[in-house]
Design a protein around this ligand. Structure first.
Ligand SMILES: N[C@@H](CCC(=O)N[C@@H](CS)C(=O)NCC(=O)O)C(=O)O
Length: 310
């Protein structure tokens, strides 16, 4: 069992501190890491609520890896044992044969006492978690699984743009992807305000950058856009209210709102978004900040409105 509840991990100053990824093995084309990229060998476990898992889901779809890497979707509501496979028949993942994701974690490390997190990639044969290293998972799907990509799959991490992508995604992670959690789980006023200021300063910078270019890096969709999208798409539904990220709603930031709609309307994005799972997960599971577990009905947002970006 995890010893620390999610959202309760704070520094002395009340800043939210995210746990380190416990399983960081890589799945590589040649298998020199000990885990070779092979169709049918691995199962990607996601929650449709989770922004980190959402990245992997989008990338898997854009690259056409659905037949190579199977998918398990957990119930958006965790119980005290963590993520459950209650959306499946008999409450059990049909491929891994387990009821809780924690079983795969404990099969890999019986002493593990951290949080059992998604996304995770599980080796179907051994039933063990290979990786929950979410930043690496998507990059490896792009670079190590090439042999199994669909014809014409986009290169989401092209070599000549890597340095720029890396530069852009670092502050996006710190201030936006993890920044919203640093707002929501801050344990002091000071830590909350610092995170809030950094979040909106970064969103202002990104708005300025995206005013005259369709995508974050180069003139094409890359890993950077996927990483920003998964936070933006949750912004008004959960982060604005639940995490107190409320200087503006996404729909009040015109450039980012059009950019997010553009991505949402791109094949491979909108169909992966499940607002019901997103809202139920956050409002129901983070008991410390929403003890009534009431899930708000709104907002009502039209993601299909023309975006006007070209
Ligand atoms: N692996 C990372 C990021 C992934 C992550 O935070 N996933 C969340 C859902 S968005 C999760 O699985 N939480 C499970 C828990 O806290 O028990 C971490 O440990 O911080």
């Amino acid at each position: 069992m995890a010893t620390v509840q999610f959202g309760k991990e704070t520094s002395g100053r009340g800043e939210f501190v995210r746990q380190k990824n416990r399983f960081t093995d890589r799945i590589t084309a040649g298998g020199s890491s000990g885990h070779k990229a092979e169709p049918g060998r691995y199962r990607l476990v996601v929650s449709l609520a989770c922004p980190w898992a959402h990245r992997a889901l989008i990338v898997r779809g854009l690259l056409g890896l659905e037949d190579a890497i199977s998918l398990a979707v957990v119930d958006p509501v965790r119980d005290e044992r963590g993520w459950r496979f209650t959306l499946d028949e008999n409450d059990r993942d049909p491929v891994l044969g387990i009821e809780y994701l924690s079983e795969a974690y404990l099969a890999s490390d019986p002493e593990f006492d951290g949080r059992f997190t998604v996304p995770s990639i599980v080796d179907v044969e051994s039933g063990q978690v290979v990786t929950n290293d979410y930043p690496r998972i998507t990059l490896d799907l792009s670079t190590e699984w090439r042999e199994f990509h669909k014809p014409g799959a986009p290169d989401l991490y092209p070599e000549h743009l890597r340095a720029e992508i890396d530069d852009v995604i670092e502050p996006i992670f710190r201030n936006v992807n993890n920044g919203v959690y640093r707002c929501g789980f801050a344990g002091s006023q000071e830590a909350y305000e610092e995170a809030y200021d950094a979040l909106f300063a970064e969103l202002d910078r990104l708005s300025a950058r995206l005013e005259n270019q369709r995508y974050l890096v180069g003139d094409r969709l890359t890993e950077a856009d996927i990483r920003l999208f998964t936070t933006l798409v949750r912004f008004d539904a959960v982060y604005h209210g639940h995490f107190k990220c409320n200087r503006d709603k996404l729909t009040e930031m015109p450039v980012l709102w059009a950019y997010a709609r553009d991505l949402y309307q791109t094949p491979g994005f909108g169909e992966t978004v499940d607002f019901d799972h997103i809202k139920r997960h956050y409002y129901y599971t983070h008991e410390a900040i929403n003890p009534t577990r009431i899930v708000p009905k709104g907002p009502v947002t039209d993601w299909t409105e023309p975006h006007g970006r070209g």
